[in-house]
Write a protein that binds this ligand. Sequence first.
Ligand code: FMN
Length: 259
Amino acid sequence: MPLKLLSIVATERKNGNSVLASKYIAKKVGAELEIVNLAKLDIRPCKACYKCLYGEDCLIEDDVEEIFDAIERADAILISSPVYWLDATGKLKAFLDRCFMSLRYHERFRGKKALILTYHGFNEMVGWASATHLVLARILGFDVLANIELRAALPAEIFTDKETFKKLELAAELLKKGETRVFENQCPICMSVIFRVENGALLCPICGSKLDAELNLIEKGERFSEEWIVEHFNKELISLKEKFKEIKDELKEAAKIVE
Ligand SMILES: Cc1cc2nc3c(=O)[nH]c(=O)nc-3n(C[C@H](O)[C@H](O)[C@H](O)COP(=O)(O)O)c2cc1C
């Protein structure tokens, strides 16, 4: 049975790098490929009603469940999507926001192997989209093999830029072997490429690890680990909602300051 590979992309381009790269990787590893293109789907904004925290179905009727079904069918996942204005595309972020309701799927998604492939046109404008893509993978419980940023501006440039093509080959190889690769500019725990500076140390905004200037680990963070996700959703967010119910009138009064 060939590997069932799902690629989550978000581009309107016909020959987008993110689509072509997914096809290339599938061909290289001999996988059966399904592409879910978020750009073509109806994905509405999260209403922040918190109903899903109590196990209720999401009230929004759109295509998001379809994406979860596709993830369930897959053995492995590519999050293969471009940088738009330094960040992920709007459609990908809209989907990430709706993953607020994804906890119920965790049992079924947990441990699926995933590769993050993020495309940018200019090396000096690479931004932080790969970090957003990484959060999506973590919140869905995927086991991330590598977080790879590829420079390719024009459609199909993924195949003509030598450095980029090498990275594409590496991505296929890692997926084939199920091997993990952390690059030297990444958080050694979660592969983030973005850091905050706090009290002279670097803080990974994704996993919360504390690192020195060479990205050596000072203190390991657990944010977005399986245990953290379950605790955050089942305790912290639910208690926030309970608190809201308790002090709703007080908050309503406070909001009158702008009337
Ligand atoms: C609206 C828009 C914003 C973009 N913003 C950036 C950017 O901030 N940094 C960058 O390097 N490339 C940027 N790009 C270039 C794309 O990331 C690049 O062309 C990529 O290959 C597109 O992927 P695709 O071919 O799969 O659609 C932008 C492109 C568009 C259309």
